[in-house]
Design a protein around this ligand. Structure first.
Ligand SMILES: *Cc1c(COP(=O)(O)O)cnc(C)c1O
Length: 472
């Protein structure tokens, strides 16, 4: 990679050997793994019997490499590795075999049904994935001096994303964040783009407001201006929606959430299409964005994922589709029940027909591979995830009473769990951004966010019922 690397004959031998390995791996992806159904990829990823027996003493589960670094046979191998001329993991801040399997599983799941190629980089959290995704587009060179830079993002987004964009990027670095109020309005997106725009960013469905937009149309708009579209699809997971298949360039995932529903820690990932669109003149970045960020900016910034965390997450991801299906169905039942309750002002769930974004969400969110499942009659079935929210009549005080009365549903600033969890965003996740910011994001003070877990829905409804009765 570096211009001054001299390739010795010894190094060339390693390069040839590793090129043969890469060719074999790429053929395995192309001819075998890409032909599997979603569940098979989720269960196995790239880890296979042959690799296990050759390299990992036959371990049927991907090994956890709790090691800082990798040893080399000789100086030629070391020189080739550190110049990134051969696949290597070097040092766990850069890469690690355990995170490698996690990355490939996510790259293939987000790229499921996509004709092109996708790749992924693991990060220590979802927020680190967002930072990893946006930074390379915001560069300014020493030569060019201070450049006016801006980006356009959906105002309805995760509270931590709002802070990163508003405080870290805009206030501290002078990079303007232009919020889109109604992302279903293409003219609003368009009106915020100019020659200094670097990327478009959209969270969908948004947490907790369930904002949504037409991915294909916004991607088309972005590309017409030479810009990439970055989507945060945490709430949907690839089991329900894969933005790259609809034209998005990069997807960020807080794998902490539904992907790792057990709640075993914080982790993230960025998945990108190869050859993405950008007006930043960096061919290497555009060619394989995930690999580029992994090997260069993230090496220098250090937001790497711990190998143990990668395998804990992988273990949850194996059963993603069936869990998301079950939890989505339960959420629908809970939402329908809440709608009929006299103390409830409104219920927000994309699965409800009266939700203004129901039609649009139905175009993009369905249970992957449901058309191959005879119990769904050979058709794609829509599923809307397990995040919903509701507003309690009587304002903030009444909402807190209901919230405090919950007995088994956990009060925590969390979502995506196999256990039902509730939050009041105005006093927790969206507290930092103040009244104005909350208004911008559409978060009223009497809104309770509920993420329905894997319990039987009757029991979840039972808990809500008694909490509402007590607060009456
Ligand atoms: C939680 C969350 C994040 C941040 O992820 P962490 O893993 O907590 O850093 C980003 N986007 C959405 C939609 C989230 O829900």
């Amino acid at each position: 990679m570096a211009a001054d690397v001299v390739i010795t004959p010894g190094m060339q031998k390693y390069i040839d050997k590793n090129n043969a390995y890469l060719a074999k791996r790429d053929a395995f992806i192309r001819d075998v793994v890409k032909k599997w159904k979603f569940d098979t990829i989720a269960v196995h990823g790239l880890y296979n019997v042959e690799e296990a027996i050759e390299d990992y003493q036959g371990s049927i589960i991907e090994p956890v490499f709790m090691s800082t670094s990798q040893a080399y046979r000789d100086s030629d191998e070391m020189a080739a590795a550190l110049a990134y001329l051969i696949p290597t993991w070097c040092y766990s801040r850069i890469a690690n075999p355990s995170t490698y399997y996690y990355e490939w599983t996510l790259a293939l799941l987000e790229g499921y049904g996509f004709a092109g190629e996708s790749s992924a980089v693991s990060t220590s959290s979802g927020i680190a994935a967002i930072m990893t995704a946006v930074q390379p587009f915001l560069v300014q060179t020493k030569k060019s001096g201070h450049e006016q830079r801006n980006f356009v993002a959906t105002a309805q987004c995760y509270g931590g994303t709002f802070q990163q964009f508003k405080v870290r990027l805009e206030e501290e670095r002078g990079i303007e964040c232009r919020w889109v109020q109604d992302p279903t309005n293409l003219d609003e997106w368009l009106s915020k783009i100019d020659g200094n725009t670097r990327f478009l960013y959209g969270e969908l469905p948004s947490n907790p407001g369930l904002g949504f937009f037409d991915i294909a149309k916004v991607a088309e708009l972005a590309h017409a201006h030479g810009l990439p579209l970055i989507c945060d699809a945490t709430v949907a997971t690839p089991a329900l929606m894969r933005p790259i298949c609809h034209g998005a360039d990069i997807v960020v995932q807080s794998a902490t959430k539904t992907l790792t529903s057990s709640g075993f820690g914080v982790c993230g990932a960025l998945i990108a299409r190869r050859n993405l669109v950008s007006n930043v003149p960096n061919p290497e970045m555009k060619k394989d964005f995930a690999l580029y960020t992994k090997y260069l900016p993230n090496r220098d910034h250090g937001p790497n994922l711990h190998p143990l965390q990668a395998i804990l997450a992988l273990n949850d991801i194996r059963t993603l589709r069936s869990k998301v299906d079950m939890m989505s169905q339960s959420t629908m039942k809970v939402a329908q029940w809440l709608e009929t309750h006299p103390m409830i002002e409104s219920v927000q769930y994309l699965g409800l027909k009266n939700h203004p974004l129901h039609e649009l969400a139905s175009k993009y969110m369905w249970l992957v591979d449901s058309e191959f499942d005879p119990c769904y009659g050979g058709k794609k079935v829509n599923r809307y995830g397990h995040l919903m929210s509701f507003c309690v009549k009587g304002g903030a005080e009444k909402a807190r009473k209901v919230f405090d009365g919950l007995q088994r549903i956990w009060r925590a600033t969390d979502l995506g769990r196999i256990k039902s969890v509730a939050t009041i965003p105005a006093i927790s996740t969206h507290q930092q951004q103040g009244e104005e910011g909350r208004k911008l994001a559409g978060i009223p003070p009497n809104l309770i966010r509920l993420c329905v877990g894997g319990e039987h829905p009757d029991d979840t409804i039972g808990d809500l019922d008694q909490a509402l009765a007590k607060a009456r």
